[in-house]
Design a protein around this ligand. Structure first.
Ligand SMILES: [Zn+2]
Length: 645
C-alpha cells in the first residue's frame, strides 16, 4: 500500500523545539535554528512531524542507526555546554525532485530561499529574533546572519546539498542568511537506517567552524584523513565523536596542560577531560590525548574496547586535511599519531583506522618511539608518554613527562623601530604598519604590484640586541585584498645595516593568518632585513607578486654577549624551586660534569660552581630579583632565568 503523503499541499506544521530540561541544567550556550523538511510532490514526506521533532530535538530518541538525536549529540559532545535545537517546518516544493536534480546547486539552493520566504508568509507571528545568528559562532567575526538553516529532504535535491554554503541572502523580512547546510534522509525513512552523520557534520562546519578531517584532495581518495575517529572525517555507517582537538579548541570539557615535570594522569574513556601538550614556541601546534572506548552508543567503529588516542594538531595548516605528505610544510591539520608507526591513515586509500593506531599498555610515545614526539618542524618536544595502563574498564592511566622549556627572550619593543627601506606601498598601507603593534593594519605593496622580487623590508631596531626569534603575521582578510601572504622568506640581522652575512633564518611560512614563529641561534643585530621571496596565491601556488605584512616582531635581549652568544634553546635541564629562597636545585639529564654560573641581569658573574649530574647551589646570599643560570659543558650551554625571593 502506498504511504499517504503526510501533508497536503500548502499545509504547514510548525513544532516548537522541545523545551523540556535536560537531566542536567548546565547547557548554558543555546543555539536555535530552523529545520526545513522539503516535501517533494513526487517523493512526499513519509515521516511524521512528531518523529522528525524527536530525531532533531528529542532527548530520549533512539532508533536503528541513530543512537541519539541531533540535539543530544551536541549536548554530549560539547560536554553539556551546548543546547542546540531547531524549529521545524514542512515545505511543499513546487517542483518534483527530478527537477532539482537536473539543475546546479547554485540554482537549486534557491529552493531553500523559496522555502524560507514561504515560512515568512505563512507564519507572520514567528519570532525570527529567537533564532541564533552568526554572532554566536565561536571563531568567526559576526555577519549577523541566521546561524543554522538545516534542510532535510526525502530525496537528494539540488546537487551539492550535502555541503555548507554561504549564500548571503537577505530575506523579505530583513533576516540575513549566511550559512546553509543540507542533509538527506531517504524515503521511506521507515526502511532505511537513519544516519544523522551528514546533518551533524555540516552543522559542525556551519555553527562551530570545525574543518574537515577527511582527505579533501580533489577526487583522489588516496588517504584516509582521520578515518573513523572524527565526525569531521565521515561518510561512515556510524556517527563518531568529534575528537579531542575540537573539544580542546572550544574548551568543552577540561584540558589538563602539564607545563613541565612528570605527572600521572587518569582519563575516563569518552569523558570530560583530555590532555593537551602545546608546543611552547608555537601555541598553534599541540598534541591532544583522549581515552575512548568502543560503544554501540555512537562509537561502534572504535577498534578496541578501550584505548588512548593521540592527536597531533597544527592549526597553521589552512582548513582541511588535504596534505598527507607528512613533511614539515605538507601535513594534515589534524592527524592521528598511529602507535604502530605505519601511518596507514595517510598512506592507504582504504584504511580508516585499526587497533594499531591506539596507545595500549606496552606502547609508549617518546622522543625515541616511532612515531616520535617531535614537532612538525623537527624540533624535539622532549615529551614522554609512558606506563600506559588500563584502569578498570573505563579509564586509562599513563605518565607524562614534559621538559622545562628553554628560556624565551622578551619581545623587542617596536616603539623604537624605524623603517629604513621597503618597496613602495599601496596608499594607506605604509611600511610602518608592519610593526605598529596592530594586527588590523598592514603593509602592502601596490595592489597591482610590479616591483621585482624579492621584496625586502629593512628596519632599524634602535639598538643592538641578542636575538633568537622572528615572527610574522599575515593579514587576516579572507576576501581580496588578502593576497600577499608570504611563503618563502629569509631573515637577516646586521650590526651596521650594511653587512648582512648569511640569513639567521629561512624557510616557508604557511598560508594562514595565524602568527608564525621562527627560532634560531642567538645572533647579534641592530638591523633586521625581512626578505620576502614569494607569496601564496589562494590556489596553493607561490606565484603571487604581492607582499603584505600585518606584523613582524623579534624576541631578544640586551644581555651582554658573554652570557648569550652561544646558548642553545635546550632541553633536559630542570631548575627548582623557582622562585627560590635559599637552595637552587639543578637537575640535568645526560650532562656529566658541567659548570654552573649564576649571573645578574647585567651579566655579572656572582656564583661559579662545578657540578656533576644534579646539584644544589646556595643562593641565599643573593638579593631578591631576577637572575640567570648558565650551565655549561664542553659541548653544550643551557640558560635559565629564575627569581630569588
Ligand atoms: Zn565537511
Amino acid at each position: 500500500m502506498k504511504t499517504l503523503p503526510f501533508l497536503i499541499a500548502s499545509a504547514l506544521v510548525l513544532l516548537s523545539a522541545n523545551q523540556s530540561a535536560f537531566g542536567q541544567t548546565d547547557a548554558n550556550t543555546k543555539y536555535k535554528g530552523i529545520a526545513i523538511y522539503i516535501d517533494y510532490p513526487d517523493v512526499p514526506a513519509s515521516v511524521t512531524p512528531a518523529r522528525l521533532d524527536s530525531l532533531i530535538n528529542g532527548l530520549a530518541y533512539q532508533e536503528e542507526g541513530a543512537a541519539r538525536s541531533f540535539r543530544k549529540y551536541w549536548y554530549e559532545q560539547s560536554r553539556r555546554n551546548i543546547d542546540f535545537t531547531h524549529d521545524i517546518f514542512f515545505y511543499p516544493a513546487p517542483q518534483p525532485s527530478t527537477y532539482y536534480e537536473s539543475i546546479t546547486w547554485q540554482e537549486g539552493i534557491l529552493l531553500w530561499k523559496d522555502a524560507l520566504e514561504w515560512i515568512i508568509a505563512q507564519n507572520p507571528n514567528f519570532d525570527w529574533r529567537s533564532l541564533s545568528v552568526t554572532d554566536d559562532r565561536f571563531d568567526k567575526p559576526s555577519k549577523g546572519g541566521l546561524a543554522s538553516v538545516m534542510v532535510i529532504s526525502s530525496k537528494w535535491g539540488p546537487k551539492g546539498v550535502g555541503a555548507s554554503h554561504g549564500p548571503n541572502w537577505t530575506l523579505s523580512n530583513g533576516v540575513k542568511v549566511t550559512t546553509i547546510y543540507g542533509s538527506v534522509l531517504k524515503s521511506p525513512w521507515d526502511t532505511t537506517p537513519v544516519n544523522l552523520f551528514m546533518t551533524l557534520h555540516e552543522s559542525a562546519h556551519g555553527i562551530f567552524g570545525f574543518p574537515d578531517t577527511y582527505d579533501t584532495d580533489d577526487g583522489a581518495a588516496h588517504s584516509g584523513g582521520t578515518g573513523f575517529y572524527s565526525l569531521m572525517s565521515g561518510g561512515l555507517p556510524d556517527v563518531e565523536p568529534i575528537g579531542g582537538p575540537f573539544l580542546a579548541q572550544y574548551r568543552w570539557g577540561m584540558t589538563v596542560e602539564p607545563q613541565s615535570g612528570t605527572t600521572t594522569v587518569t582519563l575516563r574513556a569518552d569523558g570530560d577531560s583530555m590532555v593537551v601538550l602545546r608546543n611552547p614556541y608555537d601555541p598553534h601546534e599541540y598534541f591532544t590525548i583522549e581515552a575512548r572506548k568502543k560503544s554501540n552508543n555512537g562509537n561502534s567503529l572504535f577498534p578496541a574496547a578501550l584505548g588512548l588516542l593521540i592527536w597531533h594538531t597544527d592549526s597553521k595548516v589552512f582548513t582541511s586535511n588535504r596534505l598527507s605528505d607528512m613533511t614539515p610544510l605538507k601535513h594534515y591539520r589534524n592527524s592521528i599519531e598511529q602507535a604502530d608507526g605505519r601511518f596507514e591513515l595517510e598512506r592507504s586509500a582504504t584504511n580508516r583506522g585499526n587497533i594499531g593506531d591506539l596507545y595500549l599498555p606496552g606502547r609508549s610515545f617518546t622522543p625515541d618511539s616511532k612515531p616520535d614526539t617531535k614537532w612538525w618542524d623537527g624540533r624535539a618536544s622532549g615529551i614522554n608518554i609512558t606506563d600506559i595502563q588500563f584502569s578498570g574498564t573505563d579509564h586509562m592511566r599513563f605518565t607524562i613527562s614534559v621538559p622545562e622549556p628553554g628560556i624565551r627572550l622578551p619581545e623587542i619593543p617596536q616603539t623604537e623601530w624605524r623603517l629604513v627601506s621597503a618597496p613602495p606601498s599601496q596608499t594607506g598601507y605604509q611600511g610602518f604598519k608592519a610593526f605598529d603593534g596592530k594586527l588590523s593594519t598592514y603593509y602592502h605593496v601596490p595592489w597591482g604590484n610590479v616591483s621585482p622580487r624579492p621584496h625586502e623590508m629593512v628596519i632599524d631596531l634602535g639598538q643592538e640586541y641578542q636575538i633568537n626569534e622572528f615572527y610574522y603575521t599575515a593579514n587576516t582578510n579572507t576576501v581580496a585584498p588578502w593576497e600577499g601572504r608570504v611563503a618563502d622568506y629569509k631573515v637577516y640581522l646586521s650590526v651596521d645595516g650594511t653587512s648582512w652575512g648569511t640569513p639567521v633564518s629561512s624557510g616557508t611560512f604557511f598560508y594562514t593568518e595565524l602568527t608564525q614563529y621562527s627560532l634560531f641561534a642567538n645572533s647579534q643585530g641592530r638591523y633586521l632585513k625581512f626578505e620576502c621571496i614569494n607569496s601564496w596565491l589562494g590556489d596553493g601556488s607561490q606565484a603571487d607578486m604581492r607582499t603584505s605584512i600585518a606584523e613582524i616582531n623579534l624576541r631578544g635581549s640586551k644581555l651582554p654577549s658573554g652570557i648569550m652568544d652561544s646558548a642553545t634553546v635546550g632541553y633536559g635541564l630542570t631548575l627548582y624551586p623557582n622562585p627560590v629562597n635559599d637552595v637552587l636545585n639543578i637537575q640535568t639529564s645526560g650532562l656529566k660534569e658541567s659548570v654552573a654560573g649564576i649571573y645578574n641581569l647585567n651579566g655579572k658573574l656572582l656564583i661559579n660552581k662545578t657540578i656533576a649530574g644534579s646539584a644544589g647551589i646556595d643562593v641565599s646570599g643573593l638579593p631578591a630579583g631576577f637572575y640567570v643560570a648558565k650551565i655549561k659543558t664542553d659541548a653544550h650551554i643551557e640558560i635559565r632565568k629564575f627569581i630569588k625571593n
